[in-house]
Every structure is written in C-alpha cells, then in structure tokens.
Write a protein that binds this ligand. Structure first.
Ligand SMILES: C[S@@+](CC[C@H](N)C(=O)[O-])C[C@H]1O[C@@H](n2cnc3c(N)ncnc32)[C@H](O)[C@@H]1O
Length: 173
C-alpha cells in the first residue's frame, strides 16, 4: 500500500511527526519507534485514530499544522494525503513548517496524488475530499514540485494505482 511503502525508513529510535493522519488507518502498520506526534485538526479524526492499537507512544495534538510550534526536532515526518488540502500559499507554508522541525538530512515521506495520469479521476477524488473534508484547495497541484522548491531533495519514489498515487522519500537540505 502507498502509505506504508516507505515504513522501512522508520527507525526504532526515531521521533516521528505524522500530519493530517485522519483516522490513522495506517498506524497499525507502522514499526515501533521512540514516539509519534500526531497533528490533526479534526477532533472526530483524532477520536478514531486513538482507537488504533499501536506499539509506539502517540501524542495526539488537535491543532492546525500551519501554526504548529514545537521544541522537538523530529527524525521523520509523514504526510499521508495531507499536502493536497492546501492552496498554493498555504502549501508553501506547510512545507516550510515541516522543514523547521527537521534537522539537516531529516526525512520526509509524502504520499499523495500524482496529477499526470487519469487527471479526470484524480480531480473527481479531489472533489470528493473537497466536499467532505472541506478542503481549501480548489484543484490538484503537483505537490512534488512544491516540495523540491522548498529545501527538500528527493531520495526515492514509488507509484501505485496505475501511477495515480505516489509515495516519495525526501531529505531536508
Ligand atoms: C484528505 S484527508 C487524509 C486523511 C488520512 N491521512 C488518510 O490518508 O486517510 C486530510 C486530513 O488532513 C487534515 N487536515 C487538513 N488541514 C489540516 C491542517 N491545517 N492541520 C492539521 N490537519 C489538517 C484533515 O482533517 C484530514 O484528516
């Protein structure tokens, strides 16, 4: 599955930041780590995520990531279908905040839509999220371009569901 694809990157001593994890459907697949900070702005999503049986300790924060502040520096950040929520300026802001909480060479995993193939279907899925999750983003963007323009370099990538979904590992420059 796309979200779990790079979970081999999660080290047992890593402090991991998960952003916009929703119901946390992937949490049960995550290998044990030092701790997970789970930033999600929907209280209903957090309630559901808290019911997952997970080996690691999780700190749940009901908060808007765009104003997230923490003294913690994380080893790894995971964004599962989170960055597609934003318009261009808030997308840049979200990536900047991620960079502020990663050390040099810190890892970022992004799983999201790849708007180069079956664009009509991707736009339909995006419309679904826009209506039901009240996304501010009006159309799909090429998230990869935004990430590499904001101090990250790509390490590896994988594609799923006939290339409609990507999972990419980046490092903070
Ligand atoms: C498209 S859903 C993806 C949910 C989940 N990651 C998944 O793959 O099923 C986006 C999630 O990001 C959360 N979200 C959107 N904007 C946010 C923000 N500014 N700060 C924190 N969470 C946010 C939403 O509440 C929602 O749970």
């Amino acid at each position: 599955m796309a979200t779990e694809h790079f979970f081999e990157e999660v080290g047992c001593e890593d402090n991991v930041l998960v952003i916009g994890g929703g119901t946390g459907r992937f949490l049960t697949q995550m290998p044990p780590c030092a701790g997970i900070t789970y930033v999600e702005k929907s209280p209903a999503m957090i309630r559901k995520a808290k019911t997952r049986q997970v080996d690691s300790t999780i700190e749940f924060l009901e908060s808007d990531f765009l104003t997230f502040e923490s003294s913690k520096v994380f080893d790894l950040v995971i964004c599962p279908f989170f960055l597609d929520c934003f318009n261009a300026s808030n997308l840049n802001r979200a990536i900047e905040v991620i960079g502020d909480h990663l050390p040099e060479k810190g890892k970022l995993i992004v799983i999201d839509f790849q708007p180069v193939t079956r664009i009509w279907l991707i736009n339909l899925m995006h419309l679904f999220f826009r209506v039901f999750a009240a996304l501010e983003s009006k159309r799909m963007k090429n998230i990869h371009h935004f990430v590499i323009q904001n101090r990250f370099s790509e390490v590896k990538e994988a594609f799923f569901h006939e290339n409609m979904i990507f999972s990419r590992l980046y490092r903070n420059l």
